[in-house]
Design a protein around this ligand. Structure first.
Ligand code: AHM
Ligand code: MG
Length: 332
């Protein structure tokens, strides 16, 4: 049986995508090709990331992006690599990127897909050799193929995603993705230049004893979040916070835990972005049996209103997220 074959040893990402073709919502092959394009760009960014300390490509580029942060040179490079892969491939009609103020309309009206991407998340960690990541969401356009792209194509809630994934540039480089039929993880073997299936059908533990939050902001959190974190300490949970979303998320997915980025005084809607950070991870965690919430709502049901919209994010093991939601409700 093909799907058993897909889970056997030595299955590359390319082969897995081919074997799982029937899992794709629209089996025309374009989404498969799009995923392969993203994987290729990820390999290139992985190469640049590995060289960041060497070739003077780490450090600030001197520009400021739409969030008002200083852009790192590697962010710019990653953005260029992914933009190029997504625009050359022909499957995409529009791109939303953390590094671009406006929607990139590729003027490719025959493209069926819209991609939202954070090409290099956790960029403040580049200079100190800590894991960083790429996060992406793929949507099918709402307007007919052949017509110009409109806001209806861009502003889709997360529950409309047809695929989502992340790449973790860590001690190993991994690509984890879902097309809505479970979550699968692939590890990069650099000497062969291939991603191999290493984490088939990933399952987030239903419970866990690990919490991840920037505790320096404690006095800025809503009361419910303060009580929840206090309860984690009373239960002697482990505190683990890298400050690199993909890395924190990935650890909690494997080990069981909760990641929280709540509202703060500085960022009353939280810090993380709905379109290209929260939604993708929400889809991935749900497909692994976990949960993602803004404190009261399912992340994937939030109707986006602006491109770089932020949202509070509670994500990870289902029981932990529900626990936190309850304490937030009770504190209101
Ligand atoms: P970035 O998109 O500018 O890299 O910011 C997102 C990052 C996440 O990777 C991480 O989880 C979060 O910001 C950490 O924020 P803080 O430093 O406030 O804890
Ligand atoms: Mg980011």
């Amino acid at each position: 049986d093909q799907s058993n074959l897909a889970y056997s040893v030595g299955v590359t990402l390319d082969r897995f995508i081919k074997l799982k073709q029937s899992d794709f919502p629209f089996a025309s092959g374009e989404l498969s090709q799009l995923l392969r394009d993203i994987a290729l760009a990820a390999k290139i960014v992985n190469r640049e990331t590995n060289r960041a300390g060497l070739s003077n490509i780490g450090g600030a580029f001197g520009q400021t992006n739409v969030q008002g942060e200083e852009q790192q040179k590697l962010d710019v490079i990653a953005n260029i690599r992914f933009m190029r892969a997504l625009s050359k491939g022909g499957e995409v009609c529009a791109i939303v990127s953390e590094e671009e103020d406006e929607v990139i309309d590729l003027q490719n009206n025959s493209g069926k897909y819209v991609v939202a991407i954070d090409p290099l998340d956790g960029s403040s960690n580049i200079d100190v050799n800590i894991s960083i990541g790429t996060i992406f969401s793929i949507y099918r356009r709402k307007t007919p193929v052949g017509s110009p792209v409109t806001t209806a194509d861009i502003m889709q809630p997360g529950n409309q995603q047809v695929a989502a994934g992340y790449v973790l540039y860590g001690s190993s480089t991994m690509l984890v993705y879902t097309t809505g039929f479970g979550t699968n993880g692939f590890t990069y073997e650099s000497s062969l230049g291939e991603f191999f299936l290493s984490h088939p059908n990933m399952q987030a533990p239903e419970n866990g004893a690990m919490y991840s939050i920037n505790e320096g902001l404690e006095y800025e959190w809503p009361a419910g979040v303060q009580s929840y974190v206090k309860s984690c300490k009373e239960r002697k949970f482990q505190s683990r916070y890298i400050g690199s979303l993909v890395a924190d998320f990935h650890r909690n997915l494997l080990k069981g835990g909760i990641y929280l980025y709540p509202a703060t005084l500085k960022n009353p809607s939280g810090k993380l972005r709905l379109l290209y950070e929260a939604n993708a991870l929400a889809f991935i965690i749900e497909q692994a049996g976990g949960k993602a919430s803004d404190g009261s709502r399912r992340i994937m049901d939030i109707q986006p209103e602006s491109l770089h919209q932020r949202t509070p994010l509670l994500i990870g093991s289902v029981e932990l997220v529900e626990d936190a939601e309850e304490m937030i409700r009770n504190a209101e």
